[in-house]
Ligand binder design. Structure first.
Ligand SMILES: [Zn+2]
Length: 79
């Protein structure tokens, strides 16, 4: 299945996960704020610095960034 902005990709190990998840079963990464790892689109809509309650992600892998780029390309081709 193609990676899209609706895909859930673990920021730590870049494995594709189910939308309904309780963290990553591969590496144990969890999002303690949201309670589950969010889709790429949901992550992109979180408030960023300097907004109040800004989100940040530690230990984000290059594979995660690559997945976002792949999703953007897929979306561009589909439109
Ligand atoms: Zn993971």
């Amino acid at each position: 299945m193609a990676i899209t902005l609706q895909s859930v990709i673990c920021p730590a190990c870049a494995e594709e996960l189910a939308r309904d998840n309780r963290g990553c079963p591969h590496c144990g990464y969890q999002d303690h704020v949201a309670g589950r790892i969010l889709s790429l689109q949901e992550m992109a809509q979180l408030p960023s610095y300097p907004a109040p309650n800004a989100a940040s992600f530690d230990d984000v892998s290059p594979g995660f960034i690559a997945a976002v780029i792949t999703a953007a390309r897929v979306g561009h081709q589909a439109s």
